[in-house]
Design a protein around this ligand. Structure first.
Ligand SMILES: [Zn+2]
Ligand SMILES: [Zn+2]
Length: 395
């Protein structure tokens, strides 16, 4: 079975720090302690805690269920030693990855953004978290959402800001953590264990061969019931208010791109994770530059003399201006490539600057230029140069 193959690399007892002969009560106790200690909500941005939290939750999903624990034990004894090195960190989940995921925004919901593929619907922990943290929070008919709503906003950036990356203040009105109770929803911080789900935060339902878990509707998946609700937010942990957040737009965004900022959406009820903020970026055209991926394109007007004789032109980039050498005999319209002067990339390198030369023909020559050009024209003919030599339209 697929699930059992995954078990080969796991050490669920080790993850919970209990012996394989631990009682169901000890397993639950260990799980609750570790889950609380490593909850991503109290360790924003801490990847190690997130990782641990995931492992603990996954371990308890199996060991906390008598039948599944038995299956797991049997599987392990069948495999021999039971402890296999290098437990995988694959996290089966029903969460959808959306949009461009900028990994430098390491908010909480990123842990669902890299969900392992192909595990959805196996009735395991994927269903639990898929339900708990579903986009928009539709976690079952009676349960309130256990994750803040996603928020969408739009910004318009100048071409150069978009290319170089920028920070941008965005004002949002929506659910934000209640300052009175710091988002907990509790007046005095006192809670008691939810009796409906025995504090696990979810209800397991058996549908034939597959166990399905969904968040507990009594405690909204928190496992705890607030004794004295906070008067400011009436126990929800959130209040609606306007807030300004600074959105960091990474270098190289293009017009129409959506940037996801994990955990910057509306606050979730009772201190549950915030939703995500999606920023649709519009980019204004620039008078000088266009882009082709990470390459920055610029067209430079040049004279015939500069192309024929060769020369040097000064060209703007996103940073300081650079000097570009034009080799003698460069044809009009040729594109010269200047390495590493284009749009910054995530890797820290940059694309190239593509300089296209375009001859500008003078429309008003003075006497000296006219006579010099006439003389040149004659010399050109005398040398045998024919601009239409080899041209298919010549016949
Ligand atoms: Zn409050
Ligand atoms: Zn409950």
């Amino acid at each position: 079975m697929a699930m059992q193959q995954e078990w080969a690399g796991k050490d669920y007892y080790g993850d919970l720090g209990v012996s394989s002969s631990a009682s169901a009560a000890d397993i639950k106790k260990a799980y609750r302690k570790l889950a609380r200690e490593n909850h991503p909500d109290s360790h924003p941005g801490d990847k190690a805690a997130e990782e641990k939290f995931k492992r603990v939750a996954e371990a308890y999903d199996v060991l906390g269920d008598e039948a599944r624990r038995k299956e797991y034990d049997q599987f392990k004894s069948m495999m021999g030693a039971g402890r296999f090195g290098g437990g995988g960190t694959g996290f089966p989940g029903g969460f959808r990855t959306t949009q461009t995921d900028f990994s430098d925004y390491s908010g909480f919901s990123d842990i669902f953004g890299n969900a392992g593929a192909g595990q959805a619907g196996d009735g395991g922990i994927g269903d639990l978290f898929g339900g708990l943290f579903n986009r928009g929070g539709g976690a079952g008919r009676n349960a309130r959402p256990s994750r803040g709503a996603d928020v969408e906003t739009e910004i318009t950036l100048d071409f150069r800001e978009a290319a170089k990356g920028t920070t941008f203040p965005v004002e949002l009105t929506g659910d934000a953590p209640c300052t009175t109770c710091h988002g907990s929803g509790s007046k005095d911080g006192k809670t008691h264990r939810c009796s409906h789900c025995s504090g696990s935060g979810y209800i397991r339902e058996n549908n034939g061969a597959f166990g399905m878990a969904r968040p507990c509707p009594e405690c909204q998946g928190t496992g705890e019931i607030i004794e004295d609700p906070c008067p400011t937010c009436r126990g929800t942990g959130t209040v609606r208010r306007a807030r300004t957040i600074t959105v960091r737009i990474p270098a190289g965004v293009v017009d129409g791109q959506k940037v996801r900022l994990a955990g910057q959406g509306e606050a979730g009820p009772n201190g549950t994770p915030a939703g995500d903020l999606f920023v649709s970026v519009h980019v204004r055209d620039d008078k000088v530059f266009t882009r082709s991926g990470d390459d920055l394109e610029v067209t430079v007007p040049v004279s015939f003399g500069e192309l024929a004789l060769g020369g040097t032109v000064t060209v703007p980039t996103l940073e300081k201006r650079v000097r570009v050498k034009i080799p003698a005999g460069t044809p009009n319209g040729r594109t010269l490539r200047v390495k590493g002067r284009g749009v910054p990339k995530k890797s820290g390198k940059a694309g190239d600057l593509l300089v296209t030369v375009e001859v500008k023909v003078p429309d008003d020559l003075d006497a000296a230029a006219t006579s010099a050009l006439r003389a040149y024209h004659q010399a050109e003919r005398d040398s045998g140069f024919d601009p239409r030599a080899g041209w298919a339209g010549a016949q």
